[in-house]
Design a protein around this ligand. Structure first.
Ligand code: MN
Length: 134
């Protein structure tokens, strides 16, 4: 149970990718990086414990990628946190509507980041236990 949780980060902004990677590694997570949604969908097949998905990406956008993850039985259960660029009204609702579990608004709040992830992982874990026992 001490194995590191693996977090797939799909993010095209290098500064943000570096920040998120540093935060994750400092909190004991293993990080998989993807620069595009297409690459992210490929990596998602290897079943990370959690996906951080930027919404604004070149090529396929993050919302489309989240819908694609949810439509695939192999990846439908994976917890996904959307990264929304700035608090544009409606963005969060759109992201939740696409099927993500939660969202974080950029710029990332470095003090609450780890707790936000832990909560989503905990909720997802409880959901899978429930599914397994019913
Ligand atoms: Mn972006």
């Amino acid at each position: 149970m001490s194995a590191k949780k693996r977090v797939l980060v799909v993010e095209d902004n290098l500064f943000n990718m570096e920040l998120v990677t540093d935060l994750l590694e400092a909190n004991g997570y293993a990080v998989w990086q993807a620069r595009t949604a297409e690459e992210g969908l490929q990596r998602a097949k290897l079943l990370p414990d959690l996906i951080l998905m930027d919404i604004s990406l070149p090529g396929m956008d993050g919302l489309t990628a989240i819908r694609s993850l949810r439509a695939n039985p192999a990846t439908a259960h994976l917890p996904v946190i959307a990264l929304t660029a700035h608090a544009m009204r409606g963005d969060e609702e759109t992201a939740l509507g696409a099927g993500c579990d939660s969202y974080l608004t950029k710029p990332i709040n470095t003090r609450t980041f780890a707790q936000s992830l832990a909560e989503v992982l905990e909720t997802a874990g409880a959901r899978q236990t429930l599914t397994a026992t019913t």
